[in-house]
Design a protein around this ligand. Sequence first.
Ligand code: AGP
Length: 610
Amino acid sequence: MCGIIGYIGSRQATPILIGGLRKLEYRGYDSAGVSVIDPASGGPSRVIRCRGKLANLEEKLTREPAAGTVGIGHTRWATHGRPSDENSHPHKAGPISVIHNGIIENHLALRAELVTAGAKFSSETDTEIFAHLVEHALIAGAPDLTTAVRRSLAKVHGSFAFVVMSDKEPGVLVAAKNSSPLVVGLGDGENYVASDVTAILAETRKVIFMEEGEMVTVTRDGVTITDFEGNARTREPKMITWSAVQAEKGGYKHYMLKEIHEQPRAVADTLVGRINLEADDVSLDGIELDVSKIKRIIFIACGTSYHASMVGEHLVEAMARIPTEVDLASEFRYRDPILGPGDLVVAVSQSGETLDTMEAIREAKRKGAQVFAISNVIEASIPRLADYAFYTHAGPEIGVASTKAFTTQLIAITLLAIHLGRRTGTLSKERARELLGELVALPNKMRDIVESGAQIQAIARRYGNANGFLFLGRGSQYPIALEGALKLKEISYIHAEGYAAGEMKHGPIALIDEHLPVVVLVPRGPSYEKTVSNLAEVRARQGKVIAIATRGDNEIGGHSDEVIVIPDTALELQPILTVLPMQLLSYYVADFKGTDIDQPRNLAKSVSVE
Ligand code: AGP
């Protein structure tokens, strides 16, 4: 997830671009850059870009100013290629400057074609490909920048919002959208494009939200919107009445709610380029694990990432039949763990900076184990320490409570388990094909749940005054019960316990009375009947049951006070769906209580102390 902005008008572009990028820095912060052109002088555009936070770019611009009234700016959150000056946007090919938010899925094939056609690349990014495609389209006879961009769009697959500028046609900016956000801002004798309305709110409140498969040619005096085939599209501008703070949250009340709703998109981004439906296999970005050398897998992580790892234990053992364990990173090195070269340690961390997890990795490496890191942040300390780094591509998560980081971790772990299972031969081609099909269908099923927030909000209001909650689940739903309890504790400050449903009778059953809401994860599957029995035990003691069940389960309503349904999916993927109502329930209970949801007391987003 990156931030993009473009300006065309009569004022100096650079201060407007920088002002916009400041508002977008939360979308990405590992490098930033601008490309600015002065149409009056007809000179080539000046690209100033550098690694690091926006402040580094601002400092560089004081030494190397970029003057001109047309420009594009970008703040990067790396997906392809490490954060570096060369990988920073804008990317240039001849007269063409490009900024991009998203992922070009077929970038490797296109890069090879372009190299054969003589293109010289100066970065590792997928984005630079688009600059070369547009340049080549112009060389091949496209009459103008808009046509060249249109012809280039026909070649790329993936999610993107591009803004393109040409030294030879400095009076226009051309932008296009597919799955990544893009908004056009309308001014008086000047216009804007941006990934986010926040970036341009200080300049204009009159905007057009671009829709999927649309492109726009922007001049000082107007905008022309078409689809990718060139058919005209018309749309009335909207007046934005949100405050700047509301706009940053995309109109949602909190970042956490925004991030809950972003999950279908985030999960789709985690899957991009990693599913090979022809081979019934997955690609781990070129990582090939030699399963003949792996005798045991040990997941290490903290908090929510630990819960994702617990699901991972189920997935890896079921699919790859490799003995698997899960350890709390904060405990791991204090028990002198028995480790060696036959062990693959999988370190899971959203931030990639959790000190406990880093220290556990150092311990594992000292003892000769190989380390595979799953991180959301590219080039963070944890992936850099590891032998293999695999990224979740969820985009920056601002709310302290992990939501999209968790579901994308589950996807990354599922991909790892399929990769291992195909190589050990314990996951058949047929089952792999079914799972891959289910993975592809998952974002829409997730959308279905996150959009049913009103029912969960009503439940949250009914039970929001409770002094405690119990969460129960069996099998891979047990970690989701733990995650549900953690989420609720973190943001609502209500005490909550997560338990394996079968353990209830060994203690927590004593807590149950008419005041205790008990959330029971009971999707269809091998543990269904046993979990229904646990649920009946709760009801027999007057506990209030909130069941999370599979759509079409007509039996469960008779055993529960409330039922929240999820769509059906493969057993292995159910945790990715059942956790969504947990997140929404916690969010709405906390909202009902009026707590500081995005920055709950005593917590930090990145825990870099032991
Ligand atoms: C999640 O909601 C928490 N904020 C916390 O438990 C977190 O998952 C934990 O601190 C681990 O962080 P990491 O994923 O960045 O390593």
